[in-house]
Design a protein around this ligand. Structure first.
Ligand SMILES: O=P(O)(O)O[C@H]1O[C@H](CO)[C@@H](O)[C@H]1O
Length: 189
């Protein structure tokens, strides 16, 4: 992120695959991040740990505005225009340390905590990008549904994650391309 910053990048667009925790979500939905829960961060592991690099940003950065409101609104309208507005959601992404998928009890706890989707990435990058003043937009492809039921015979697995990625690749590509095109106009406003 800091190399991007030094290269003059002002806006970061990030994508990930995530497990759906919100029971209204379906595999193949696309969740635009409006906020996150940083589980490793709450537990004391954070990419901003150590002496602060003052040339990049403040010691104690704010995260309540991590996901740019204008870009989120733009993505929602672009998705609708492209004909897949019904797949789009806005929600809270929770990052856990990985690499294992979560237990049933962990999924239940995370849902109660307010998470809509769970993954193992993105938040670290967002924290560093926001620390140095870059605008952030992130989306999650709901690649699988988290297992919340002790009677379920489903098992989380990476093959399903990859398969859903292939299924939605074209739509996500067009969403991000269109967002980038419009964003430039948007930036000059
Ligand atoms: O977050 P991305 O890199 O999209 O990948 C997600 O998918 C992998 C698990 O299948 C994990 O790496 C998880 O974080």
């Amino acid at each position: 992120m800091r190399v991007f910053k030094l290269m003059g990048v002002q806006t970061m667009i990030m994508t990930n695959a995530a497990g759906g925790l919100n029971p209204d979500y379906r595999v193949g939905d696309v969740m635009i991040l409006k906020d996150h829960i940083n589980l490793p961060g709450l537990g004391g592991t954070n990419p901003l740990m150590g002496p602060n690099e003052d040339r990049f940003g403040l010691r104690f950065p704010c995260t309540s505005d991590a996901y740019d409101r204008d870009l989120r609104a733009l993505a929602l309208s672009v998705g609708a225009e492209l004909g897949f507005g019904d797949l789009l959601r806005e929600g809270v992404y929770c990052v856990q340390g990985g690499p294992n998928f979560e237990s049933i009890a962990e999924c239940r706890m995370l849902r109660i905590m307010g998470a809509d989707a769970i993954g193992m990435s993105t938040v670290h990058e967002v924290l560093v990008a926001r620390h140095c003043g870059m605008r952030c937009f992130a989306l999650s492809l709901v690649s699988n549904m988290a297992i919340m039921d002790y009677d379920s015979v489903e098992r989380a697995n990476h093959d399903e994650v990859l398969e859903t990625g292939r299924l939605r690749a074209k739509q996500l590509e067009s969403l991000v391309s269109e967002l980038v095109d419009r964003m430039e106009t948007h930036n000059t406003c």
